[in-house]
Design a protein around this ligand. Structure first.
Ligand code: FMN
Length: 185
């Protein structure tokens, strides 16, 4: 499904959207690692590269990450063959202050990952609705690591595998015209 844009944009920007219907087709490890590598080429303040990843591509990790999903997300994301928990490492800048940009930079990493996923015909659906503390505790993460986002990865499947509620929503999210996002005095 391609979005209508006013200007011709990068194909992956036009084609990317947050689908929920996953097929059972497995994601090859090389494709998964390519997504992670793409994410790590995002720019970051002071090149701190605050992104960290927990890969749910093996049964044990996948099962734990699935358990962390809030029910409304578990409903559909439980069928994704891969889940990734994206984390952010809190760092301090040269003057000892907390790096304000850590989570911002992790957002850029997510965006890079999602575009590379689209190029490979993979869905990458961001999920904020999950138990971040559960994952933090299970993996005994350091205090300076924040669990930020879950990402469901996989190939497009049959829309009929979704509940009715989600079948209706299985289309690209709309945008307000970009000019309305430009602030003026
Ligand atoms: C940080 C973040 C959190 C999100 N959390 C959820 C979520 O918990 N459940 C869900 O179904 N979609 C979630 N989404 C997907 C958004 O709803 C989706 O990106 C938005 O509606 C725009 O649609 P599009 O990606 O198809 O353009 C999230 C997206 C982002 C970036």
């Amino acid at each position: 499904m391609q979005r209508i844009t006013q200007y011709p944009l990068l194909q992956e920007i036009q084609n990317r959207w947050s689908a929920r219907a996953f097929s059972t087709k497995a994601v090859e490890q090389d494709d998964l690692y390519a997504l992670i590598e793409a994410a790590t080429f995002a720019p970051s303040a002071l090149n701190e590269q605050p992104w960290r990843f927990i890969l749910g591509n093996k049964p044990d990790d996948l099962s734990i990450l699935k358990q962390a999903l809030f029910p409304s997300n578990h409903d559909w994301a439980q069928h994704a063959p891969v889940l990734i928990a994206l984390c952010s490492k809190k760092t301090t800048t040269f003057n000892g202050k907390e790096n304000f940009y850590s989570r911002f930079d992790v957002g850029a990493a997510w965006a890079f990952l999602s575009l590379e996923a689209n190029r490979r015909d993979l869905i990458a659906h961001a999920i904020g609705g999950f138990d971040k503390k559960m994952i933090h505790d299970h993996y005994a993460l350091e205090e300076d690591i924040e669990v930020v986002l879950m990402i469901a990865i996989g190939y497009v499947g049959d829309i009929k595998s979704l509940s009715e509620k989600y079948q209706e929503r299985e289309k690209p999210g709309l945008r307000r015209p970009f000019m309305e996002s430009i602030l003026t005095k």
